[in-house]
Design a protein around this ligand. Structure first.
Ligand SMILES: [Zn+2]
Ligand SMILES: [Zn+2]
Length: 294
């Protein structure tokens, strides 16, 4: 049986609903839920085009993202950059059309480049991680690379993020080799990507209800559980006040922090699928990605 780290409604970060389905979490942070995955907007409406899009949802998400962006930042607005937590299909779905439309830099960790420049597919999803129907159908999810080479830029090695001066990026691999999370020390805000998520992602029921829960990375697409465990330890040690993850609703406060610490302390029992393919034999890509899995 899988242990669960339940969160309460009280642990959810208060959000204000704005137009175009956007939820505003802080004066300069809002997010849009694209059926199964979140995209985050960083920036304030008063500062026009100085905003950043974090992740780009599903292949069908382009228009919804454009609409939400225009609603928040003004007509014909464009961001100063797109930052990717990683290159999985549900985070880069609308990436190519958006990068083309706006013609802006796309920042990612260099270890994620093979999946963003057309070089390599991700290793196959693991259908045997348990938890529900989504895990079972996960091998059908797209895993071939996108190619946004003309816009692709390496995140600076000093952990700064161009266009996000108060933030730094943290390498949080495991779910994907070049996975990053974003951290702002001044108000202890964490944009975790899929390194931790705040709802289960393996069953249809969980995805529809988004029952709040502190959860390790989505199981079926996580390729190196040891690295994932170390990444969760790094995030727990930050003691974040607000956590915005790739899946689930944003959470905040003491209880969320405690659950994150419990997840880090008992990661193998709580997050790692017993007998899962990559739990037994992690996929370790080389510099050119997962050549073996082409
Ligand atoms: Zn992912
Ligand atoms: Zn995801």
């Amino acid at each position: 049986m899988t242990l669960q780290l339940a969160l309460e409604e009280d642990d959810l970060a208060p959000v204000r609903q704005a137009g175009s389905d956007t939820s505003i979490i802080a004066p300069d942070l809002s997010y849009l839920r694209m059926s199964i995955v979140n995209v985050v907007f960083y920036g304030t409406p008063s500062r026009g085009d100085e905003w950043v899009l974090i992740d780009t949802g599903l292949p069908t998400s382009k228009n919804a993202i454009l609409e939400a962006a225009e609603h928040r930042f003004g007509r014909n607005t464009r961001p100063s950059a797109i930052v990717l937590t990683h290159g999985h299909f549900d985070h880069v779905g609308a990436l190519e059309p958006l990068a083309r439309h706006w013609n802006v830099p796309v920042y990612a960790h260099p270890l994620e480049f093979p999946y963003l420049n057309g070089q390599s597919s991700y290793p196959p999803a693991d259908a045997f991680v348990g938890g529900g129907a989504i895990a079972l159908i996960s091998p059908l999810f797209p895993r071939s690379p996108v190619d946004v080479s003309p816009w692709l830029k390496v995140l600076p090695s000093d952990q700064s993020i161009p266009e996000m001066p108060d933030w730094r990026w943290l390498h949080t691999p495991g779910h994907a080799p070049g996975h990053i999370s974003l951290w702002r020390e001044s108000d202890r805000t964490l944009i975790a990507g899929d390194a931790i998520i705040t709802t289960g992602q393996e069953s249809v029921y969980e995805v529809i209800t988004q029952k709040p829960e502190m959860h390790g990375p989505p199981r079926y697409l996580t390729q190196d559980w040891e690295a994932a465990e170390q990444s969760v330890a790094i995030l727990a040690a930050l003691e974040p006040e607000l956590i915005i993850s790739g899946h689930g609703r944003p959470v905040r406060g003491d209880n969320a922090r405690k659950r994150l610490q419990e997840l880090a302390a008992n990661f193998v029992a709580i997050a790692v699928p017993e007998g899962g393919r990559y739990a037994l034999d992690p996929a370790k890509p080389g510099k050119t990605g997962n050549d073996a899995y082409r």
